[in-house]
Design a protein around this ligand. Structure first.
Ligand code: SF4
Length: 357
């Protein structure tokens, strides 16, 4: 791959924990998480969505456990999949303990609603017995009620996390992951910066309730991407309304844009302008739709004319630069001939297949 975004920042070192067989923290690759959107008790739908998320590249999958029926469903889902599964619990600490015993690879609890210190300690004891980590998930919308309204949001989020960390550390429990999420990127970024200055626990990054895929994806990219490019963050979840597969697609796009994911095919195409005499949008859309899946990292460039076209196409693994009804084709930086516009899609896909074999 010739056109790689070179990252020039160093990932901050954090404590390493493991979720089933997936490491989080230290120098491990940043992982992508998502959460099932179907009812946990609909086991067939849950397993189907787990498979879809795995195919999209999801490393860790979270499942809501709102009641005892969901614990039983979780136990059966656990038996049917190898995916690392996180049990997500609010309000009732007993469900967290039951989910841990039902095979959860990690627990997620919210300090704002799980209840007394004693209850958190009971959850920690169960997690310690089973050797699974706990994520303390701080959300700006559900902070402990005694935190002052006058304090800046980022500091309140840090304080909420600190209190819960202290409780877990008192019990000798250290396999802790923390998330500090607000629905806006600015307090999210500030809270995570403050946290990473004070603690070495791994951070799960996300902008919570970011919204529908368009604006939500941008809010997530700004919040998560800013932190990743400062070397902060060990695992990410993009929260979007709708099918969670889109969260994984956007999450992987954010990692790639930050230079943290070197697999799959990266499509570069120009915005076109008055000089363009080929249909870049149609060709790029069709190629994108039909791109094969691969663990190799390839850059494919589709450019409209001779201004930036040859330069960008030469930097790609395979690239085309438009003329009047034709394209010049470049492979690994070298000119490779001329093709008619009508042949462009099939030829590009054929060349891509050849490069990923
Ligand atoms: S590559 Fe050419 S057609 Fe595309 S935006 Fe640049 S100048 Fe315009």
């Amino acid at each position: 791959m010739l056109n790689s975004g070179q990252k020039n920042y160093r990932k901050r070192k954090t404590r390493r924990i493991t979720v089933r067989d997936v490491p989080i923290g230290d120098c491990s690759p940043v992982t992508v998480q998502s959460m099932l959107s179907v009812p946990t008790t609909d086991i067939d739908a849950a397993l189907k969505q787990i498979r879809e998320l795995q195919t999209a590249g999801c490393d860790i999958i979270r499942i809501a456990i709102p009641d005892s029926d969901s614990v039983e469903a979780f136990r059966r889902i656990r038996a049917e999949t190898d995916s690392p599964l996180v049990a997500d619990i609010h309000f009732d600490h007993r469900l967290a303990i039951e989910a841990a015993n039902a095979g959860a690879d990690k627990l997620r609890i919210n300090p704002g609603n799980i209840g007394s210190v004693g209850k958190v300690k009971e959850v920690a004891a169960a997690a310690k017995d089973l050797n699974i980590p706990i994520r303390i998930g701080v959300n700006a919308g559900s902070l402990p009620k005694d935190l002052s309204d006058n304090e800046p949001m980022a500091e309140k989020m840090l304080e909420a996390a600190s209190r819960e960390i202290d409780v877990l550390l008192e019990t000798g429990f250290e396999d802790i992951v923390v998330s500090l999420k607000a629905h806006h990127p600015v307090p999210t970024v500030e809270a995570n910066r403050l946290f990473s200055e004070r603690y070495g626990f791994p951070l799960h990054l996300g902008v919570t309730e970011a919204g529908l895929p368009g604006e939500g994806g941008i809010r997530s990219a700004v919040g998560i991407g800013t932190l990743l490019m400062e070397g902060i963050g060990d695992t990410i979840r993009v929260s979007l309304t709708g099918n969670p597969v889109r969260e994984v697609v956007v999450g992987r796009q954010i990692l790639r844009a930050c230079g943290l994911l070197e697999s799959g095919i990266e499509l570069v195409s120009c915005p076109t302008c008055g000089r363009c005499k080929v249909d870049v949008e149609k060709i790029a859309s069709e190629v994108l739709e039909r791109l094969p899946k691969t663990d190799k990292h390839l850059v494919v460039a589709i450019m409209g004319c001779e201004v930036n076209g040859p330069g960008e196409a030469k930097m790609a693994d395979i690239g085309i630069a438009g003329g009047d009804g034709f394209f010049l084709i470049f492979k690994k930086g070298e000119p490779f001939g001329k093709i008619a516009e009508a042949e462009a899609v099939e030829r590009l896909l054929k060349e891509i297949e050849g490069l990923i074999l």
